[in-house]
Write a protein of this length. Structure first.
Length: 80
């Protein structure tokens, strides 16, 4: 396995390290922001890496998103 861990390409190394952190983001041990800090990159860069690897930043279905937006709209109406 060590042959695969020793990569000369910095982009490949960054992607590998980001993917190693992904399970900890998924189980909410760390946030995307904290993972980006560990990798010494911006959060937006990390999100792009995951997006290119097929992992979405938002894991909500459209129905869930619609429900969240409706809740936000109702709360906004109540405060104005």
């Amino acid at each position: 396995m060590s042959n695969y861990l020793n990569c000369a390409n910095p982009e490949t190394k960054l992607t590998r390290n980001a993917l190693l952190l992904y399970p900890y983001i998924l189980n909410q041990t760390i946030s995307h922001g904290r993972a980006a800090e560990i990798l010494e990159i911006r959060k937006s860069e990390l999100i792009d890496i995951y997006d290119k690897s097929g992992y979405s930043y938002l894991d909500m279905t459209m129905t869930e998103l619609d429900s969240e937006l409706e809740t936000f709209r109702q709360l906004k109406k109540e405060t104005t």
